[in-house]
Design a protein around this ligand. Sequence first.
Ligand code: SF4
Length: 78
Amino acid sequence: MAFVITEPCLSEKSGECVSICPVDCIVEGPDQFFIDPDTCIDCGACVAACPVDAIVDEHDLNPAQEVYLEKAESFFGS
Ligand code: SF4
C-alpha cells in the first residue's frame, strides 16, 4: 500500500511534502511530484502538508485517480 499524489499537484507542485516524508520517498518529476510506492511506509504525514489535498491513500483513489498510481510506478520503473 502507498499514498499517491494526484492531479492537483500538476498546477501547484509546491513540494512541501518532500521535507516531511521520513523515508525520503517523494521525488520531483517533470510535471508533478511522485511518491515511490515501494518505499512509502504509509505514515500519512505528507497528506496534511499538501496545500491542495493532492495526496490520497491508494485504497481511496477514485477511478479517475488510478492513473496517478500507474504514473508513479512508471516513474520509478516498477
Ligand atoms: Fe512519505 Fe509517509 Fe507520505 Fe508515504 S505516507 S510518502 S512515507 S510522508
